[in-house]
Design a protein around this ligand. Sequence first.
Ligand code: SF4
Length: 80
Amino acid sequence: MGMRRRSGGFLLRVNPILCDGFGHCHELAPELVTTDEWGYPIISPTPVPLANMSALESARYAVRGCPRQALRIERLSEPA
Ligand code: SF4
């Protein structure tokens, strides 16, 4: 057994049906989430490397802090 490698990336995903559009996630993870003019989150579709621990921590923080449970972290495996 070797060390677990943190390969691949993740995307923070929002369920727009659940989202209330108050933009709390932008306050929790400003480096990952911006908001549109109505306060709905805009999340970059570019995967973030899992090795980016601070971004992953922010994403988890936003997921926990979302009052509507509208956020989730989608893990993406490394392209072959
Ligand atoms: S914190 Fe949750 S409910 Fe609020 S804007 Fe972000 S995704 Fe939507």
